[in-house]
Design a protein around this ligand. Structure first.
Ligand code: ZN
Ligand code: ZN
Length: 421
């Protein structure tokens, strides 16, 4: 016999945490201004959080909150019944409309929570055509976001499908409760400190770390861990970034919740040695495990994986830039996501779990005045260019990192995965 406990998602503790998550999303993540419009996207299963966010947006003075819901089941119906030619089509009118909203002052909030396995059984060619069509249609609006013209943020909501993918051995209720608890704790909700205060202190900490690294102006980083002996040069005029940023519209926002990384642009021609991944890489529905890669003069010359080696080799053959690095990010091993020990199968979380590097496209905002430079000028400074940007985790409690100064002296930066000093 067992006592039937009320599910976590109908408990007062849950309701309070959901309210706090919505409050930090609006006040700290988005920094919504009174009178500002808000465009929100959300999975259907995230309605309770989306409504809480709308409530806090209006309390903060929003003029209008428009939420666009995504229906996973309807997406699957398209793959089942739509004609082949349909997969090159995207709702261009919708993305144009979102771009118009952003240009006229709207803020942007995305709730992530779709199943990471939603399209794993669909035809990969159709999936990539559909993704490409959306990328093309969304690019003008997305440009305003990636260039930080407007205030924007991403938060997560637990959904049954995502929870089932993460915790396949638990009952649906238990899996959902576990995922919500993991989202709350890693998003700094429900601790002893008020979440808004907690987030402001955390953001200040990330800025301080980035400022320290910008002052140091290391020319390279040296990584040492079991299976890793790797020297990575940083791009000329690189800028370390982390935490919140003031958008072009003057409003301060923290684009990712959670965020734990400070990151910059490595030099595309200056990576040498061997790197071993510390976590599996989930890439388009495939798990690539036991990655070990050898770099010479910035380029991958050998790539191995104990599982998914073929997919890895396909990935790095996408274009010339796919064999080179576009991002280097430092995350302490003690970060809440790393300590949770959970793989979320969602970049927002997994990218913030450990120190990582990314194959492919560099962030131009991590180069001084990068947004004003031509492609040739950016390349001359070492910024990589590629159609892909794939992060993979190399951080662990066994990773040591040294900063290498312009005069070639080594300074301890991280020991056993933690910041020195
Ligand atoms: Zn990153
Ligand atoms: Zn990245």
């Amino acid at each position: 016999m067992s006592l039937t406990a009320a599910p976590f998602t109908s408990s007062p503790a849950f309701t309070e945490k959901l309210d706090q998550l919505a409050e930090v999303a609006i006040k700290v993540g988005l920094g919504l201004a009174p009178g500002q419009e808000l465009v929100m996207t959300a999975p259907l299963d995230a309605i309770p959080l989306a409504r809480k966010i709308a409530e806090h947006a209006y309390k903060a003075g929003a003029s209008l909150v428009t939420t666009i819901y995504a229906d996973d089941e309807a997406t699957l119906l398209r793959y089942k019944y739509a004609p082949d030619a349909a997969f090159d089509k995207a709702a261009a009118w919708l993305y144009d409309g979102m771009g118009t909203a952003f240009k006229s002052g709207a803020a942007r909030l995305a709730i992530t929570g779709a199943s990471p396995l939603l399209l794993s059984n669909e035809d990969p060619a159709k999936v990539s055509r559909a993704n490409r069509a959306v990328s093309i249609a969304y690019r003008p609006a997305l440009d305003l976001i990636t260039r930080h013209e407007i205030n924007w943020t991403i938060v997560a909501a637990a959904t049954p499908a995502w929870a089932a993918a993460m915790f396949p051995n638990d009952s649906p209720e238990e899996a959902l409760a576990k995922l919500w608890e993991a989202i709350f704790s890693t998003t700094r909700i429900g601790g002893s400190v008020d979440p808004v205060t907690n987030w402001k202190a955390h953001d200040a900490g990330l800025h301080k770390r980035a400022a320290f690294l910008n002052e140091k102006r290391y020319s390279a980083l040296q990584y040492t861990a079991p299976g890793t002996d790797f020297r990575l040069g940083l791009s000329d005029d690189h800028v370390w970034m982390g935490g919140g940023t003031t958008a072009g519209n003057g409003l301060y926002c923290i684009p990712n919740m959670p965020t734990e990384e400070v990151f910059t642009t490595p030099h595309k021609d200056r990576a040498d040695g061997t790197v071993t991944a510390s976590k599996p890489l989930s890439y388009q529905g495939t798990m690539i495990e036991g990655i070990q890669v050898k770099f010479e003069a910035g380029r991958i010359v050998e790539a191995h994986a104990t599982k998914g080696e073929e997919v890895l080799n396909q990935l790095i053959s996408t274009d010339d830039g796919a064999r080179r690095l576009g991002e280097v990010a430092l995350v302490p091993h003690s970060s809440p996501i790393s300590q949770s020990g959970i793989t979320f199968l969602n970049t927002l979380f997994d990218e913030n779990a450990a120190s990582h590097i990314a194959l492919g496209q560099a962030y131009t905002s991590c180069i001084k005045d990068g947004d004003k430079l031509s492609e040739d000028e950016l390349a001359a400074k070492g910024a990589n260019k590629s159609l892909i940007h794939v992060d993979w985790m190399i951080g662990s409690g066994e990773l040591d990192i040294d900063g290498i100064t312009a005069t070639n002296t080594r300074e301890p930066l991280m020991r056993k995965g933690e910041w020195v000093g």
